[in-house]
Design a protein around this ligand. Structure first.
Ligand code: 13P
Length: 259
C-alpha cells in the first residue's frame, strides 16, 4: 500500500522567530505545488518560534511540529513544555527521543515512552526517533539496539496508534557528519524496523507506520533514499535550514516515491 511521504525539517536550536518566519515565507511558494495527497511537509522550530511559524504557515501546505514534549500536564518541570501548550499553539507534530536528547539530556526509552503517551493523548502526531551509534553498528548491535528502542519506547501503545505514527530512523553516526547510510544499508535497516513493528504490533500497523530516514539527507540523495521500499520520507537537519535546499529535497523525495 502507498504510504504518504513525510519530510520534516528539524531546525534544532537554530532560527529566532523572525528568522523562522522568513524561512517559511520563502519556503511556502517553493512547495505550494506539492500535493497533500502524496506528501506532507513539516517544519519543527524551537519553542519560542512555534507560534509565529504556525501563524505564517496558515493557509499553506506547510505543517508545524515541535521538538519535544513533557509527559506531565503541568507542574514544576523547569524548561519543559506540555502537550496542551503545544496544541494551543497550533502545533500538529512533535519529535520525541531525538538522539541529541538521548545523548546530551539523558533521554531514555522510558522517558520517550512517557512523552509519547502524553503526545498521543493530546492528539499530537509523534515522530519517534530511533538509531544506533557507530560503535553499536560496528559491534553488530544495530538490530538489538533498534529492537529495544521500539519495544521500550512504544510500550503499551495499541496497534492503531502505532500504525498512525511516524518513526524516524536516524543512525547517530550519520547526523550532521555528511556520512549518509547508503540507500541499500538504510533500506535494510528500515525493513528490519518494519518487521519489528509487525512482530510487536501486527502486520497492519507495520504496513501503515511511516518510517523516515534522517542523517545527512540532502537534495542530492533524497530521491534514491525514498525510492527504497521501506523509506517513507526524511527528518532533515542542516538541509532544512534554507528554503531552497529544503524545497529541492522535498521535490526529490516525492520523485523517489514515484508520486
Ligand atoms: P542532519 O540532516 O544535519 O544530518 O541532521 C539530521 C537530524 O538529526 C534530523 O533530526
Amino acid at each position: 500500500m502507498a504510504r504518504k511521504v513525510i519530510v520534516a525539517g528539524n531546525w534544532k536550536m537554530n532560527k529566532t522567530a523572525s528568522e523562522g518566519v522568513a524561512l517559511v515565507e520563502a519556503l511556502k511558494p517553493l512547495v505550494a505545488d506539492v500535493c497533500e495527497c502524496c506528501a506532507e511537509v513539516v517544519v519543527c522550530p524551537t519553542f519560542t518560534t512555534l507560534s509565529a511559524v504556525v501563524e505564517a504557515c496558515k493557509g499553506s501546505n506547510v505543517k508545524v511540529g515541535a521538538q519535544n514534549v513533557h509527559w506531565a500536564e503541568s507542574g514544576a518541570f523547569t524548561g519543559e513544555i506540555s502537550a496542551a501548550m503545544l496544541k494551543e499553539a497550533g502545533v500538529e507534530y512533535v519529535i520525541i527521543g531525538h538522539s541529541e536528547r538521548r545523548q546530551y539530556f539523558g533521554e531514555t526509552d522510558a522517558t520517550v515512552n512517557s512523552r509519547l503517551k502524553a503526545a498521543v493523548a493530546a492528539g499530537l502526531k509523534p515522530i519517534v526517533c530511533i538509531g544506533e551509534t557507530l560503535e553499536e553498528r560496528e559491534g553488530n548491535k544495530t538490530e538489538a539496539v533498534l529492537g529495544k528502542q521500539l519495544e521500550d519506547g512504544l510500550k503499551d501503545l495499541d496497534s492503531a496508534t502505532v500504525g498512525a505514527m511516524v518513526l524516524a530512523y536516524e543512525p547517530v553516526w550519520a547526523i550532521g557528519t555528511g556520512k549518509t547510510a547508503t540507500p541499500e544499508m538504510a533500506q535494510e535497516t528500515h525493513a528490519f524496523i518494519r518487521s519489528k513493528v509487525a512482530e510487536l504490533f501486527g502486520k497492519e500497523a507495520a504496513e501503515n507506520v511511516r518510517i523516515q530516514y534522517g542523517g545527512s539527507m540532502k537534495p542530492e540523495n533524497a530521491e534514491e533514499l525514498v525510492r527504497q521500499a521501506d523509506i517513507d520520507g526524511g527528518l532533515i537537519g542542516g538541509a532544512a535550514l534554507k528554503a531552497d535546499s529544503f524545497a529541492a529535497l522535498v521535490k526529490n523525495a516525492i520523485k523517489g516515491a514515484g508520486c
